[in-house]
Design a protein around this ligand. Structure first.
Ligand code: UTP
Length: 294
């Protein structure tokens, strides 16, 4: 059977972001600027580089800024035009997904990542889709999801990106039970959400990028709450694994978890250092701060 291409991406953005309060009292976590642009901006760029045509945002209360960010800002554009700031204007326009390329659905209550993904079921329909966690920024060339869609094009089924983490940190993540290696891919035997260190089947964390078959929605509709009392995507994927081929692709680039205060700081500093225009100045500023704090 022909492998159906991945055209749609689900971006769950309905979480409360309690680890980065107080800012998230009024600003969605996914909109906090990582150096000069929201975390979500990097993730949409990654999805576009992988050929994604439709972006499905699962939102909640206080997330209106996300809709506005991916829309035309008429007054701003008119002002930039009048001032002759064409380079800035062109960059803003190039970043915008086309008309009709974004859909928004409300989760109503943050019952967990699995529930958020399930809320996108009508918009995804009966085709394979990607899920990108917008608080995880992946830096690599080619982009993480592009590498995944290429591997998916060869094996089909379900695919997740994984990365090694220090053993002591496994209880913060979804962890996989790896089976045999097949070239660049690893066959999946199982996965568990936030295991205790002594129970973890490996130190390979699920790093926030997924390609899933639509059968996951039926499983999610029956999924009971798991770790943290939330409906976990990991638990539903564990069930799907028994029904449909499932692989992991080790990611060798850098992962920035912007969902914690220090992770957010690390991501902002890294993006500032990598900025072609401001990188050298950022380095001098960071170095001076470090020297002064000795
Ligand atoms: P996280 O667990 O990192 O987000 O979920 P959170 O719940 O907002 O974080 P804390 O622990 O309170 O700080 C990863 C992604 O899934 C979304 C979040 O918005 C985040 O982008 N999510 C999580 C939902 O959309 N709905 C949920 O019910 C839970």
């Amino acid at each position: 059977m022909a492998i159906k291409p991945v055209r749609k991406a689900v971006l769950p953005v309905a979480g409360l972001g309690t680890r980065v309060l107080p800012a998230t009292k009024v600003i969605p976590k996914e909109m906090l600027p990582v150096f000069d642009r929201p975390a979500l901006h990097y993730v949409i760029d990654e999805a576009r580089a992988a050929g994604i045509e439709h972006f499905i945002f699962v939102t909640g209360r206080n997330k209106g800024a996300i809709e506005d960010y991916f829309d035309i800002a008429y007054e701003l554009e008119a002002t930039l035009e009048a001032k002759g700031k064409t380079a800035v204007l062109d960059a803003l326009r190039a970043d915008l997904p086309g008309a009709g390329a974004c859909s928004f659905v409300r989760q109503q209550a943050p019952l967990g990542l699995g529930h958020a993904v399930w809320c996108a079921r009508e918009l995804v329909g009966g085709e394979p889709f990607a899920v990108l966690l917008p608080d995880m920024i992946m830096r690599s060339d080619p982009a993480c999801l592009a590498e995944m869609t290429q591997a998916y094009g060869e094996v089909g089924g379900n695919l997740i990106s994984v990365q090694e983490v220090p053993r002591a940190e496994v209880s913060s993540y979804g962890i996989v039970d790896p089976g045999a290696r097949k070239g660049a891919l690893i066959e999946m035997r199982g996965m568990v959400e936030k295991p205790a260190v002594q129970d973890a089947p490996s130190n390979l964390m699920i790093s926030g990028r997924y390609i899933l078959q639509p059968e996951i929605f039926g499983i999610l509709s029956r999924q009971t709450p798991g770790a943290g009392g939330e409906i976990q995507l990991t638990d539903a994927m564990q069930t799907l694994m028994g029904e449909s081929p499932f692989h992991a692709l080790p990611f060798t680039g850098e992962v920035f978890d912007t969902g914690s205060k220090t992770g957010y700081l690390r991501a902002s500093a890294a993006m500032a250092l990598a900025d072609p225009e401001h990188g050298a100045e950022a380095r001098a500023i960071l170095q001076a701060l470090l020297d002064a704090s000795r």
